[in-house]
Ligand binder design. Structure first.
Ligand code: HEC
Ligand code: HEC
Ligand code: HEC
Ligand code: HEC
Ligand code: HEC
Ligand code: HEC
Ligand code: HEC
Ligand code: HEC
Length: 421
């Protein structure tokens, strides 16, 4: 919100409500109770514009005995003054993060601390929007805090735009096992130039894209990519235009292992869940819009010919990775079908369920899940983020080792069975 003249926002709102501002009371007492929070707020743009504690937390609580009266802060609290940013965020992939996490079949088997307690899955996926009913449920479950979404990048109580512009703002969540974008970016030429620029080795004017340059062009909070995390695309359950038949056949196998298509290739009930959480790109248009957006970003610094060529290499890497993954899936589903491996009761079909990843019961299934979630991710994400080490050693090479192991383990299971006959 930009007020034409510097009118304290508290006064504007208070004049609507017809009540006197109580900000002084909050700050006065909290300078004793939570001095660090007051100091952070004091250096914020909010303090400068008289956006006091009560603007976010309400005025009902006034002492140590009534802290349960504090209003819960959600992204909708920010919407009051930052409507445009809220609206962009609302349509972003980030907004769906809480729902996407909850849609996983095995999420509810984990300790409360990791999901509702926001220490594992929930610690990153809390960036997603939550409905009022969901917040009520979480509070009931003892979760307490973590409902504001926007403070994922603008941490409280500085709520700084400068902080959110730096790649470190993304690092806590975009790192590690299956999405090491922080590691890939920070050691890529793009990231290294950013580091050197900050250190003063390169001049301030030197080009060095950050995560935000590519994923939030123009400061747009509607974060989306063409492929997305699982990197599966279809055009109305038909191949994306121009894709070869072999790649499509591999994709169908992967969609079956994701439980979106049944063994006969027909859509299942899970397709709806996947569509709602935008886990896959289901039309060519959805994909193309985001691809064009990305090419426009690269083209600020590179030729568009260069950019298109580089992105096509990422697509090609997904095709190669899919070939290895599909073979591994077919091996494991063959074992289920031939009764050589017991299909977990929770699986709907004689197909491994890649979305039930963390609970794989046998070493061969475990290896398949690692191949899918860890190594395939690294192979193509490494190409898109210009990190040769991730693309090759942590990605493609590991996938080949996975496939070798899976073939060997399957052979052994078949041999053991033949011997016991
Ligand atoms: C007379 C002192 C006093 C005043 C006035 C006061 N608070 Fe508090 N507030 C407290 C105390 C004490 C706590 C509990 C701190 C703790 O748990 O360590 C607290 C807790 C809070 C919390 C955290 C609640 C939680 O669940 O963790 C918020 C947010 C808060 N106050 C906001 C405000 C706002 C906004 C105002 C002004 C409308 C205000 N306070 C006025 C004393 C005060
Ligand atoms: C722009 C909105 C905003 C303003 C202004 C604001 N807060 Fe907060 N505050 C938040 C958010 C968001 C949280 C996190 C809530 C959650 O996770 O449920 C929070 C959490 C808190 C907490 C509990 C969590 C903790 O870290 O202890 C306290 C205490 C608190 N605020 C005090 C204050 C005080 C005192 C002021 C004024 C000096 C203030 N807040 C101003 C948004 C705000
Ligand atoms: C009562 C109105 C109000 C509310 C509620 C509010 N803000 Fe603000 N916010 C402002 C004003 C006014 C500014 C200063 C002008 C500007 O930058 O738009 C500001 C500035 C900001 C900035 C820019 C900071 C900088 O470093 O320049 C961020 C980021 C921000 N707010 C985030 C939030 C978030 C997140 C919430 C919710 C937790 C929130 N605001 C709630 C009024 C509000
Ligand atoms: C608090 C954790 C958290 C932070 C901080 C965070 N993200 Fe995310 N991000 C996620 C989660 C979780 C998802 C997956 C969303 C889903 O499940 O719908 C995601 C998804 C994405 C996607 C994928 C969109 C797609 O098409 O699938 C991009 C790109 C992205 N984030 C970029 C960023 C950038 C850039 C930053 C920093 C400016 C950032 N994120 C900060 C948690 C975070
Ligand atoms: C030079 C531009 C650029 C930078 C810098 C960049 N990315 Fe990306 N990112 C891409 C491209 C290109 C893709 C693939 C887009 C597509 O699907 O076509 C991608 C994809 C993603 C995705 C989706 C899944 C995947 O392929 O990894 C996430 C999440 C993501 N980036 C996060 C980040 C984060 C976090 C950072 C910073 C640590 C970052 N990116 C830095 C260009 C960039
Ligand atoms: C994924 C990280 C991320 C999340 C989550 C996020 N922001 Fe931002 N925000 C940014 C970045 C990066 C900028 C700087 C954009 C630019 O370069 O102008 C920014 C800028 C802002 C500004 C500065 C003023 C302006 O409008 O340019 C405001 C206000 C703001 N965000 C509010 C919000 C609100 C409200 C939410 C939640 C609905 C939110 N942000 C969630 C990353 C984030
Ligand atoms: C360290 C932070 C972090 C943790 C912990 C985490 N995630 Fe994620 N998750 C992310 C990020 C970031 C993405 C998006 C990555 C990308 O696009 O490359 C993501 C993507 C996803 C997606 C795909 C969303 C989509 O639509 O593409 C699902 C589903 C998911 N996570 C579920 C879970 C579950 C379930 C757990 C716990 C077992 C979990 N996550 C733990 C950060 C995390
Ligand atoms: C803000 C400017 C900027 C943007 C945006 C940008 N780059 Fe770059 N890129 C650079 C600079 C500077 C270098 C390092 C100098 C060089 O190698 O040309 C570089 C290097 C590269 C390299 C060579 C890396 C190496 O190890 O040799 C590739 C590949 C690349 N960029 C691809 C892309 C793609 C694809 C996009 C869009 C998704 C993109 N870049 C967006 C500035 C940018």
């Amino acid at each position: 919100m930009r007020l034409p003249i510097r009118v304290p926002v508290t006064l504007v709102i208070a004049s609507f409500l017809g009540s006197a501002p109580r900000a002084q009371d909050c700050v006065e007492c909290h300078t004793e109770v939570t001095p660090g929070i007051v100091r952070d707020w004091e250096v914020s743009a909010h303090a400068a514009e008289d956006v006091g504690c009560e603007m976010c937390h309400g005025e009902d609580h006034q002492s140590a005995d009534d802290t349960e009266l504090v209003t819960t802060v959600t992204a909708r609290s920010c919407k009051l003054c930052h409507r445009e940013r809220y609206n962009e965020f609302e349509t972003s992939k980030h907004a769906l993060a809480w729902d996407a996490m909850k849609a996983m079949p095995t999420t509810h088997w984990k300790p409360m601390e990791l999901i509702d307690g926001m220490k594992g899955c929930g610690g990153c996926h809390k960036i997603g929007l939550k409905s009022n009913e969901e917040i009520a449920r979480l509070k009931e479950a003892g979760s307490g805090y973590g409902f504001a979404s926007c403070d994922s990048c603008h941490t409280r109580h500085t709520f700084s735009v400068a902080e959110a512009r730096e790649p470190e703002a993304c690092a806590t969540c975009h790192m590690g096992f299956d999405h090491p974008q922080w590691e890939m970016y920070s050691t890529s030429k793009h990231g290294v130039r950013h580091t050197l620029k900050r250190a003063g080795v390169l001049p301030e004017s030197a080009l060095a894209p950050t995560c935000q340059t590519c994923h939030m062009p123009g400061g747009n909070h509607d974060v989306h990519t063409a492929w997305g995390f699982l990197a599966v695309r279809t055009d109305g359950l038909a191949p994306y235009p121009g894709e070869d038949e072999t790649w499509w056949a591999d994709r169908v196998t992967i969609l079956q292992a994701l439980g979106v298509l049944d063994p006969d290739g027909r859509p299942t009930a899970r397709l709806k869940v996947v569509a709602e959480a935008q886990v896959a790109r289901l039309t060519a248009e959805e994909f193309d819009v985001q691809r064009e957006r990305m090419v426009a970003v690269c083209s600020e610094c590179h030729s568009s010919k260069f950019a298109l060529g580089e992105l096509a290499k990422g697509d090609g890497m997904i095709r190669e990775a899919d070939r290895l993954l599909a073979e591994a899936i077919r091996i494991v589903s063959g074992l289920y079908a031939d009764g050589l491996l017991e299909k977990p009761a929770s699986y709907a079909y004689a197909f491994p369920d890649l979305l039930a990843f963390h609970d794989s019961p046998t070493p061969i299934e475990n290896r398949l899940f690692l191949m899918h979630l860890k190594h395939r991710m690294r192979a193509f994400q490494g190409v898109f983020h210009n990190n040769p080490d991730y693309a090759l050693w942590y990605g493609w090479n590991e996938m080949q080792l996975d496939l070798t192991e899976i073939r060997a383990m399957a052979k052994e299971l078949r041999r053991d069975k033949a011997e016991t006959r």
